[in-house]
Design a protein around this ligand. Structure first.
Ligand code: ADP
Ligand code: MG
Length: 715
C-alpha cells in the first residue's frame, strides 16, 4: 500500500489565482472576454480602410486569393492593434508534420537613428515568412541543401494575441510549404480538401435543384479528453516527462469500477484550473462550451462549439496549448497522451464532422421537408460510400504510437472502422434498399416512393458509444482520434473522400436525370445502389464484442491493429488516386507524410524503450536490491525467495530490452518500425511486468516512483 505523498501546491497558493478571476463579474455580458485577443472581423471592420475591408472579406467569402496590394494596409492595422494589446513580437504559427505547432518570434522593433527604435510590420512580412526549415521533418520532400521553407499567411484563420506575464505575442496562423510549393504542414492539405469538398458539393447541389449556395464548408467540433495530475508526481516520473505516459506502474486497488468519477462533481482546484483555461480560450475566440469529468479518475473532457474545419483545427491546437500552460499555474500537469496509465481508460478526441452551405443549411441534417430529406439522403449515402471505400485510410489517419494502446487493444473504439447509423436511419436505408421495412418500421417508411419521402427523425436511434464512426442526429462523429492529435489530417481525409463519393453519386444522378427521371426518384435509386454496395460498413451492435471482430472479418472489413499495419494505407492506390484527383496531396507529399509518421513511430518507441531501461535499471533495481538486503538481514526466508525470483526476472528482462535497443544503425523505415513494435515494445512489456510485481512487494518507503494511487486520486 502507498502512503500518499504531500502535494506540492496548497489550496492557498492556487486560490489566489481564483480570486483574481473572481474579481471579474462574468455574469455581465459586457465583461465577456470572448475574442478580445482576436483580430476578428469586427476589429478588422473598425480598423481597416473600408475599401480594404470589403476586398478582404470578398476574397475570404469567395474562397479566392488575396490581392497582395491589400497586405500593407492589413499589416499596419494588425500591428497597431497588436501594439495596443501589448505585443512586442509577432510570429507565423504553423503546423509541421510532427503534429505540433511551431513558431519563431520576430520583434516589431528595429533600431533607428540616435538609439531609438521604430515599430514596423509590412505586408510582405505579414504574407510570407522564411523560417529555417531544415530541422522540421519533411520525409524527403526537401533535401537539406534546399533548407528554405516558406510560411504563408492564412487570412481565413484570424490572427490573435498570446499573453504571457512578461509580454505578449501576435500570432499569425500560416501555412508552411517548400520552395517548390509542396505542403510541409497539416494546414495546406486541409484547406485544399475543404475547397475540393466545396466544389463537389456545389456541383451536386445544383443537380439537386439548389441554385443559391455558392460554397460548402466542412465543420468540426472536437471533444477533448485529458488527465490532470499533481505536478509534483509528474516531475518525479522520468517516463511522464520524456514520453507523456507511465511506462511502469502497478494498477491501483481502486480504478473506475465504482463509476464515481464520470459526470461527478468537479473538485475545487480542478474547476478553478478549468475556469481559468476557459477564460483564456474565450479571449482567443475559442467557443468552449462543455466540461465534465470523464470515466477514469482524474480524467476530464472539454468541448467547444463547432467551427469551420480550418479554424476549428487551429483552435484545437491552441486549446491544447492553453490547457497545458494554465494547468501549471495550479500545480497541475495536463496529460494529453492517449494512454498515460496502463489498465486505466485512455483519452481520445471525438471529431464531430458535417458539411454546411453558405446559405446556412447543414447537409447532414435530415430536415423537415421532403426536399431536405432528398438532399440529406444523398449526402449521407455519399459519406457511407466514402467511409466504406477508404476505411483503411481513415484508420491510418488516426494512427500514432499512443493510439496503439487504444485502437486494436481492449479499448474504445476498435481498430475496425464501421458506421453506426442508429435504429431509425438504419430502417430508412434498409427500407430504401429492399423496398420494404421490417414489422417495426414506422408505417411512413414503408410507403417510400419516389415522391413521398418520410420526415426523418432528428435524433434517430440511441447512442452507441462503441462505434468509431456514428451518425448523431445532424453530423457524423469520428470517434477514433487520439487525445494528442491534430484534427487536420483526419479532417483532410474525411473531406477528400467525401468529395470523391459525392462526385461519384452526382455523376450517377446526372445520368438518370438526363434519361428523364425525376430528381427525387433518381436520388432514391442512386442512394439505393450505393447503400446496397456499401452497407457492409454499417454496424449498430457492440463494437467491443469478440463476435463483431469475427463478423467484421467475414464481411471483409479491415482490422489494422497497430500503426505499422495502418500507415501503408496512406499510400494505397486508391488513397493516392483520391488525394491526387482532388488536388489535396500529390503522391510525393503523401510519401513524405508516410515516411515522417513511420519515423515518428519508431523514434518514439525508441525513446520509450530507452527510458524504460534507464528507470528499471537505475531506480527500480536498486530499490529492489536494497529491500532484498533488508530482508536477508531479517532472516525471513519465505519473502526472500519470492523477492529474489522477481529480481532475477527483472534482470533477465532488462537484458532482453538492452539487446532490443541495440539495433543495427542501418535499420530504417518499415523494418525499423516493426523492430520497434515486435522487439522493443515487447521487451518493455516484460520489464514492466517484473517491475510492477516488485512494486507490490518492495517496501513503499524504498519505492522511487510516485504510484498510480497518487497520480490518479490526488485532485
Ligand atoms: P450531443 O452530441 O450531446 O447531442 P451536440 O449535438 O451539441 O451534443 O454536439 C456535440 C459536439 O458536436 C459538440 O462538440 C459540437 O460542437 C459538435 N457539433 C454539433 N453540430 C455540429 C456540426 N454541424 N458540425 C460539426 N460538429 C458539430
Ligand atoms: Mg461525443
Amino acid at each position: 500500500m502507498t502512503r500518499i505523498r504531500q502535494q506540492n501546491v496548497t489550496a492557498a497558493q492556487w486560490s489566489s489565482n481564483g480570486e483574481a478571476l473572481g474579481a471579474i463579474d462574468l455574469t455581465q455580458p459586457e465583461n465577456d472576454p470572448f475574442a478580445t485577443s482576436v483580430f476578428s472581423v469586427a476589429v478588422q471592420r473598425e480598423r481597416l480602410p473600408s475599401n480594404v475591408f470589403e476586398k478582404l472579406q470578398a476574397a475570404l467569402d469567395g474562397g479566392g486569393t488575396l490581392d497582395p496590394a491589400l497586405a500593407d494596409a492589413v499589416a499596419t492595422a494588425m500591428k497597431d492593434w497588436a501594439l495596443e494589446k501589448g505585443a512586442t513580437h509577432f510570429t507565423h504559427m504553423f503546423q509541421p508534420l510532427t503534429g505540433s505547432t511551431a513558431e519563431k518570434h520576430d520583434s516589431f522593433f528595429s533600431p533607428a537613428e540616435e538609439g531609438r527604435a521604430l515599430a514596423g510590420f509590412t505586408g510582405k512580412e505579414l504574407i510570407q515568412g522564411e523560417p529555417d526549415a531544415s530541422s522540421f521533418p519533411t520525409g524527403g520532400v526537401r533535401a537539406t541543401f534546399e533548407a528554405r521553407g516558406y510560411t504563408a499567411w492564412d487570412p481565413t484563420s484570424p490572427a490573435f494575441i498570446l499573453e504571457n506575464p512578461n509580454g505578449a505575442l501576435l500570432c499569425i496562423p500560416t501555412a508552411f510549404a517548400s520552395w517548390t510549393g509542396e505542403a510541409l504542414d497539416a494546414k495546406i492539405p486541409l484547406l485544399r480538401s475543404m475547397d475540393a469538398l466545396s466544389r463537389s458539393a456545389i456541383k451536386a447541389l445544383r443537380l439537386l435543384g439548389d441554385e443559391d449556395s455558392k460554397r460548402v464548408f466542412t465543420t468540426v467540433g472536437p471533444e477533448q479528453e485529458y488527465f490532470l495530475i499533481d505536478e509534483q508526481y509528474f516531475f518525479e516520473r522520468p517516463d511522464l516527462i520524456y514520453t507523456g505516459r507511465t511506462l511502469l506502474g502497478a494498477k491501483p486497488p481502486k480504478g473506475h469500477e465504482l463509476d464515481d468519477h464520470y459526470f461527478g462533481s468537479i473538485p475545487e482546484r480542478i474547476l478553478a484550473c478549468m475556469l481559468e483555461s476557459e477564460l483564456e480560450m474565450r479571449k482567443l475566440g475559442i467557443p468552449v462550451k462543455t466540461r465534465h469529468n470523464e470515466v477514469a479518475p482524474n480524467q476530464y473532457e472539454i468541448a467547444p462549439v463547432f467551427e469551420n474545419s480550418n479554424v476549428g483545427s487551429d483552435h484545437q491546437q491552441l486549446m491544447m496549448q492553453v490547457m497545458e500552460s494554465v494547468a501549471r499555474r495550479y500545480g497541475l500537469v495536463c496529460l494529453l497522451h492517449e494512454k498515460p496509465f496502463a489498465g486505466v481508460n485512455g483519452s481520445g478526441k471525438h471529431n464531430n464532422w458535417s458539411m454546411g452551405t453558405d446559405t446556412g443549411t447543414n447537409l447532414l441534417d435530415p430536415g423537415d421537408t421532403p426536399a431536405d430529406n432528398v438532399h440529406f439522403l444523398f449526402f449521407c449515402a455519399a459519406v457511407i460510400q466514402a467511409v466504406n471505400k477508404h476505411q483503411g485510410l481513415l484508420r491510418a489517419s488516426v494512427a500514432n504510437i499512443g493510439q496503439d494502446h487504444r485502437l486494436g487493444a481492449n479499448e474504445a473504439p476498435p481498430a475496425i472502422i464501421s458506421i453506426f447509423l442508429g435504429a431509425e436511419l438504419n430502417k430508412v436505408f434498409e427500407a430504401i434498399a429492399t423496398g420494404s421495412g421490417d414489422p417495426h418500421t414506422p408505417a411512413s417508411f414503408l410507403e417510400l416512393g419516389a415522391t413521398v419521402l418520410p420526415k426523418l427523425p432528428m435524433h434517430g436511434g440511441d447512442r452507441n458509444r462503441t462505434s468509431p464512426f456514428a451518425f448523431t442526429g445532424n453530423k457524423f462523429e469520428f470517434r477514433a482520434l487520439g487525445s494528442s492529435m491534430s484534427l487536420a489530417f483526419p479532417n483532410t481525409v474525411l473531406n477528400t473522400i467525401a468529395a470523391e463519393a459525392i462526385d461519384e453519386l452526382a455523376d450517377q444522378l446526372a445520368a438518370k436525370k438526363d434519361d428523364g427521371m425525376d430528381t427525387a426518384e433518381a436520388v432514391i435509386e442512386v442512394v439505393k445502389d450505393s447503400y446496397l454496395a456499401n452497407r457492409q460498413i454499417c454496424f449498430d451492435g457492440d463494437n467491443y464484442a469478440e463476435e463483431w471482430h469475427a463478423e467484421a472479418e467475414q464481411r471483409g472489413l479491415k482490422n489494422l491493429r497497430t500503426s505499422p499495419d495502418a500507415l501503408p494505407e496512406v499510400l494505397s492506390e486508391q488513397s493516392v488516386k483520391a488525394f491526387g484527383d482532388y488536388d489535396v496531396l500529390s503522391e510525393r507529399e503523401l510519401e513524405s507524410r508516410y515516411e515522417v509518421w513511420l519515423e515518428q513511430y519508431a523514434l518514439r518507441a525508441n525513446i520509450e524503450a530507452e527510458t524504460t531501461f534507464s528507470i528499471a535499471k537505475t531506480m527500480i533495481l536498486p530499490a529492489a536490491l536494497r529491500y532484498l538486503a533488508l530482508i536477508a538481514e531479517s532472516g525471513v526466508s519465505a519473502i526472500e525467495g519470492e523477492l529474489r525470483g522477481l529480481v532475477d526476472e527483472l534482470v533477465g528482462a532488462l537484458g532482453e530490452l538492452e539487446a532490443a535497443n541495440a539495433y543495427p544503425e542501418d535499420l530504417e523505415g518499415m523494418e525499423l518500425a516493426i523492430h520497434a513494435r515486435d522487439k522493443q515494445l515487447a521487451a518493455m512489456a516484460q520489464v514492466r511486468e517484473a517491475a510492477d510485481k516488485l512494486e507490490r512487494v518492495v517496501s513503499d518507503d524504498l519505492w522511487p516512483l510516485p504510484k498510480y494511487e497518487e497520480m490518479l486520486f490526488i485532485k
